[in-house]
Design a protein around this ligand. Structure first.
Ligand code: GDP
Length: 442
């Protein structure tokens, strides 16, 4: 395993492969602690600064406190003239740069996880090994299940499951406890469509002590994992995500702010962008020109699929460019739908779902009100084929094909043509009620 030396990393930051990572898992599993640990271990922020933010954020009762520093306008090195309202946190290993996707400041973790996960290449699923905590997180209604399902639905291809709090007095690096957790989680993760051999990696860590995060674990602490991967070296060397560099540019806009022009943030799903490019914003068809590209703190001449960038744009009025819109190649704009047909798996509804049913559609970086217009069919659970009888309504557990109508057009593509723009979730009153894929744009 490569020994991680961040200071003498000689790949310059702009050349590093960018990987987008989202932290998921039940509340109190240790996401913030691990996030903070990684930022300190990779030299992004010093321990004292982080502790200051932790203290301040706890007073404000804020989640994701470890990312607060990334938004701080007072920090000299961040005040280089680019607005930090769309600031984001990142860290670097020897060969890679990781953008941490978890919009800080969002009150409710799940919606922010949705916007984060739509861009994520990998999810770090944090599981607490502490006695009772694993059990609570994994129970029905615990966030472990909901997050794994959402991550898969939203297209996160790779899962790193860190079994955290291994240092806890109730755990003490017990192999039995680790094995028990891996055994219980595995069928569930597999059931969500992840291939345990190729898509999922488990490892024991302690975010609190930092054991097995940057440095591999010592034989004295944990003989049974000695020689096994530690988190940061693994992130540095794991297989690269597939990227469509040659395809037309698609960049869903996940954030927008004003700073002598419009600045948009997002991940390039496919294609490349260069300074001076003429692009089009969908669904408004607004032509824009790219006047500057920022990769974290650096201004760069171009960016490619996988990069998480800020672009300064010229052209268009305030309302022509919004979060949820998509920046496209002018010759190959994505589709804008006012209605669409989708296959939807209903996971969690109190009553029934019938025509007229309203929910919020979360698709790539967009969220819009949507109405169920027509139920076309319910799929037979055994055969996966449409049942002959036309349904009047659908229930929890059903998989249906249905037509939806939107209050205003939203960019999307059939799932088979573009996974990122074709998968979605439906939420209602703060819970995910269904997940689906677009079959046809009408
Ligand atoms: P989050 O809600 O997932 O972000 O969880 P936090 O990072 O806020 O951690 C919740 C609690 O668990 C805090 O009191 C942490 O100090 C504690 N904790 C987190 N990681 C570890 C760990 O590796 N070992 C131990 N013993 N405690 C931890």
């Amino acid at each position: 395993m490569a020994n991680l030396s961040l200071q003498d990393a000689n790949t310059s930051s702009a050349d590093k492969e960018n990987i987008n990572i989202v932290f998921i898992g039940h509340v109190d599993a240790g996401k913030s602690t691990i996030g903070g640990r990684i930022l300190v271990d990779t030299g992004m922020v010093d321990k004292r600064t982080l502790e200051k933010y932790e203290k301040e954020s706890k007073e404000l009762n804020r989640e994701s406190w470890y990312l607060s520093w990334a938004l701080d306008t007072n920090m000299d090195e961040r005040a280089k003239g680019i607005t930090v309202e769309c600031g984001r946190a990142y860290f670097e290993t020897a060969a890679r740069r990781f953008t941490i996707l978890d919009a800080p400041g969002h009150k409710n973790f799940v919606p922010s996880m949705i916007s984060g996960a739509t861009q994520a290449d990998i999810a770090l699923l944090v599981i607490s090994a502490r006695k009772g905590e694993f059990e609570t997180g994994f129970e029905k209604g615990g966030q472990t299940r909901e997050h794994v399902t959402l991550a898969k639905t939203l297209g996160v291809k790779r899962l790193i499951v860190v079994v955290n709090k291994m240092d806890d007095p109730t755990v003490q690096w017990s192999k039995d406890r680790y094995d028990e957790i891996v055994e219980k989680l595995s069928p569930f993760i597999k059931g969500n469509g992840y291939n345990l051999k190729t898509d999922v990696t488990f490892m024991p860590i302690s975010g609190f002590t930092g054991q097995n995060v940057k440095e591999p674990i010592s034989k004295e602490v944990c003989a049974w994992w000695f020689g096994g991967p530690a988190l940061l070296p693994f992130l540095d060397t794991m297989p690269s995500p597939d990227r469509k560099y040659d395809a037309p540019l698609i960049m869903p806009i996940s954030d927008k702010c004003k700073d002598m022009g419009t600045i948009v943030t997002g991940k390039l799903d496919s294609g490349c962008v260069a300074k001076g490019d003429s692009l089009v914003v969908m669904p408004t068809k607004q032509p824009v020109e790219v006047v500057a590209i920022y990769l974290e703190d650096l201004e760069v001449a171009k960016a490619r699929a996988g990069d998480n960038v800020r672009l300064k744009l010229k052209g268009g009025e305030e309302e022509d460019i919004q979060t949820g819109f998509v920046l496209c190649d002018a010759a190959n704009p994505v589709k804008a739908a006012s209605s669409f047909v989708a296959q939807v798996a209903i996971q969690n509804i109190r009553n029934i779902m019938a025509p007229g049913f309203r929910a919020v559609l979360h698709i790539h970086s967009a969220s819009e009100d949507v109405t169920l217009a027509k139920l076309e069919s319910v799929l037979d659970k055994k055969t996966g084929q449409p049942a002959p009888k036309k349904p009047m309504f659908a229930r929890q557990g059903d998989v249906v094909v249905a037509e939806f109508s939107l209050d205003r057009p939203v960019c999307m593509e059939p799932f088979d043509e573009c996974g990122q723009l074709g998968r979605f979730s439906l939420r209602n009153e703060g819970v995910t009620i269904a997940i689906g894929k677009v079959l046809r744009v009408l």
